[in-house]
Write a protein that binds this ligand. Structure first.
Ligand code: F6P
Length: 321
């Protein structure tokens, strides 16, 4: 093996740059050449690829949010013809293996390339934390920090005005960001897709809280359930609240990655190269109980699902007011 390609795709996440840096530097320090693919799978198909330089491309990026390789949503990559075009480009450039950093869609792309016989490795990079085969994804820790910071600020004004705030966080179909930011900010209720909820029971609890002296409240809702606005409308039917709906949206995807995300990304990136140098491939990288793991990417995607730790919702119920 002489040349590896690196690609970031789908929704960006904080720490992707740290992963790009680790993959490229680990490869270079082992005597390989690293090629960056711009604009995800779209750029790959178009041959938008460049040879990376350790100083000019990688120096000073470990602490930068976003992705220096840029990203793109490219649904066309689901078509076989497009996948084969990508492989043609990779072969033309003499690239022997591709490391893909991204979420669910990006992993499916890497799986398709693997199925066509092109060696690909998936590194989990998404704020959603919803990739099977890993306890944590790159960007999740930072996104939870951003959401928690926003919730802390919202709680200040909620308390001053005796209001109820329904705050919607990202996560696609997963409730992980809602659970972690909800617990961290002392939310009165956390509503996630993985657990049944009862709007009336939540409203009754807030009303009871008010009678006991807590005259404000915060509900954190995962976007996979419904919008904050829709939930607010339902909530208002069951109580006399001065309520507001807030959607945190893409602010959760930006900003400086936390040290935890930078280290996780560095470990994943270096591990991907280690596996390739051992002659392995077609893998999904993850972390389980703080140990790096690598599983067959086809089996991971076709037979496994991310498991949100729903016990965190029960925990919140036991420790809230
Ligand atoms: O997968 C990351 C994510 O931010 C999800 O949480 C969200 O549902 C989606 O991407 C938003 O996508 P876009 O940036 O294309 O609007």
């Amino acid at each position: 093996m002489k040349r590896i390609g690196i690609l970031t795709s789908g929704g960006d996440s904080q720490g992707m740059n740290a992963a790009v840096r680790a993959i490229a530097r680990s490869a270079m320090n082992a005597g390989l050449e690293a090629y960056g693919v711009k604009f995800g799978y779209k750029g790959l198909v178009e041959g938008n690829v460049f040879k990376m330089d350790s100083l000019n491309d990688l120096d000073g990026i470990i602490n930068r949010g976003g992705t220096i390789l840029r990203s793109a949503r490219f649904p066309e990559f689901a078509e076989e013809e497009t996948q084969l075009k990508a492989i043609e480009q990779l072969k033309k450039l003499g690239i022997d293996a591709l490391v893909v950093i991204g979420g669910d869609g990006s992993y499916h792309g890497a799986m398709k390339l693997t199925k066509h016989g092109f060696n690909s490795i998936g590194v989990p990079g998404t704020i959603d934390n919803d990739i099977p085969g890993t306890d944590f994804t790159i960007g999740f820790d930072t996104a939870v920090g951003v959401a928690t910071d926003a919730l802390d600020r919202i709680i200040d004004t909620a308390r001053s005005h005796q209001r109820i705030f329904v705050v919607e966080v990202m996560g696609r179909g997963a409730g992980d960001i809602a659970l972690w930011s909800g617990i961290s900010s002392g939310a009165d209720a956390i509503v996630i897709p993985e657990r049944k909820f009862d709007v009336k029971a939540i409203a009754d609890k807030l009303t009871a809280n008010r009678k006991k002296g807590k005259d404000y409240g915060i509900i954190v809702i995962a976007e996979g359930v419904m919008s904050a606005q829709d939930f607010k409308v339902e909530l208002d039917k069951h109580g006399d609240f001065d309520s507001r709906a807030v959607t945190l949206a893409h602010v959760q995807r930006g900003g400086i990655p936390t040290p935890k995300d930078r280290v996780l990304a560095s470990r994943f990136g270096d591990y991907a190269i280690h596996l390739l140098l051992e002659g392995k491939g077609g893998l999904a990288i993850g972390i389980r109980d703080n140990q790096l793991v690598a599983k067959d990417i086809i089996d991971t995607l076709e037979n496994h699902k991310h498991q949100t730790d729903v016990s965190l919702a029960d925990l919140n119920d036991r420790i809230r007011f």
